[in-house]
Ligand binder design. Structure first.
Ligand SMILES: Cc1ncc(C[n+]2csc(CCOP(=O)(O)OP(=O)(O)O)c2C)c(N)n1
Ligand code: SF4
Ligand SMILES: [Mg+2]
Length: 351
């Protein structure tokens, strides 16, 4: 089942983007996830965002861990580079690949089990190092692949399908990412494509660690009454702080809104995030206020979504480490081994 490929032929009149690809060129294999799984909607949103941004598929490296969510890179961007790592180890493999070749666009896809349980340490260090990547957690509150145990993001007091009550406090990945220094933090819902697609585009345009927590219901093990990750619960408790329009650096800006309703934030690559604030007092550039607002909403049982925090000009790991601008595999012998005198100078710098 896992190896079903889609027919490569498609209708010649399908619309092509600026780099000559149809939307179908951004698809992957046929999904083997349960029908209705939120993760498939996230894959569709990634496909849409990459097609609309005219990204050449071979410029993308998609990495994941283990879980239903981590299987999804097989179902989108079939012509991109891919690496399915060990459970919870995606962030370190992504960091290494990114350090070796900064020219690719790094997309990490993970689950709440993969990132908040076994991979929590890896998640934390990738965020605090501000690795230039899009990091998506498809958060369903359970270990879907291993049949529905509570994950570390399950809310205290929420019920499993069999009626067991979760006694543990949840790990809030959004709060952690903000506290650890991620420069782009957002939350969305797999069932809200209008919000999710622009957020993914904005995350791609961001130069630093862009973290997206996407509530993505598991229809098989966590979509019942008593769950706080079901479609019904999220629809009833979703409180959006902003809506985003993403405007590429090169594209003409045509949209306009009444003054006071919109904030434009320019990103390092010249693209513009046009934030339609739903809450006039919400300021996504103030980390402390964003964290306080998130906790206040959580205490009222609300799940806030939208772009929660943004530091548009954050330098990434490469800027901090002064790494090579060129991919390591393009360096010649003389650059990789500049001789004993250079080594002596480096060693002297440590004395
Ligand atoms: C080292 C290791 N420990 C445990 C497992 C078993 N395991 C596979 S997937 C998984 C959890 C997946 O949950 P999550 O990341 O939330 O993904 P989902 O299936 O819910 O999308 C676990 C515990 C494993 N594969 N490897
Ligand atoms: S078990 Fe849950 S998470 Fe896994 S594919 Fe099915 S619905 Fe999705
Ligand atoms: Mg999960």
């Amino acid at each position: 089942m896992t190896y079903i490929t889609k027919p490569r032929l498609h209708h010649p009149s399908l619309t092509k983007n600026k780099v000559g690809y149809t939307r179908r060129d951004y698809e992957g294999k046929v999904s083997t996830l349960c029908a209705g799984c939120g993760h498939d909607s996230v894959s569709a949103a990634i496909i849409q965002a990459c097609w609309e941004l005219d990204i050449e598929p071979h410029r993308v490296a998609k990495l994941s861990g283990i879980g239903c969510s981590s299987k999804t890179p097989d179902y989108f961007l079939g012509a991109s580079h891919g690496f399915n790592t060990v459970h919870g180890r995606m962030p370190s493999v992504l960091t290494g690949a990114n350090l070796a070749n900064r020219d690719l666009l790094y997309l990490g896809v993970s689950g709440d089990g993969d990132s908040a349980s076994i991979g929590l340490g890896q998640f934390a260090h990738a965020m605090r190092r501000n690795v230039n990547m899009v990091y998506i957690v498809e958060n369903n509150g359970v270990y879907g692949l291993t049949k529905g145990q509570f994950s570390a993001t399950a809310d205290k007091g929420s019920k499993s399908k069999k009626g067991v009550v979760n006694q543990d406090s949840p790990v809030d990945l959004v709060g952690l990412a903000m506290q650890l220094g991620a420069s782009f933090v957002a939350r969305s819902f797999s069932g809200d494509k209008e919000q999710l697609v622009p957020l993914i585009k904005a995350a791609i345009g961001h130069g630093g660690a862009a973290f997206l927590d996407v509530i993505s219901p598991c229809v098989t093990f966590n979509n019942h009454a008593g769950s706080t990750r079901s479609y019904d619960w999220v629809r009833q408790h979703n409180e959006a702080v902003s809506r985003i329009d993403f405007i590429c650096g090169r594209a003409e800006i045509t949209a306009s809104y009444a003054p006071g309703e919109v904030v434009d934030v320019e990103q390092h690559d010249g693209s513009v995030l046009r934030l339609r604030k739903l809450h006039a007092d919400y300021d996504p550039t103030d980390r402390v206020a964003a964290m306080a607002s998130m906790q206040a909403h959580a205490a009222r049982g609300e799940l806030i979504t939208g772009l929660l925090y943004l530091e548009a000009e954050a330098g990434d790991l490469h800027a901090a480490q002064h790494t090579s601008r060129r991919p390591l595999n393009s360096l010649g012998r003389a650059e990789l081994c500049p001789g004993a005198a250079v080594l002596e100078r480096i060693n002297a710098g440590f004395r």
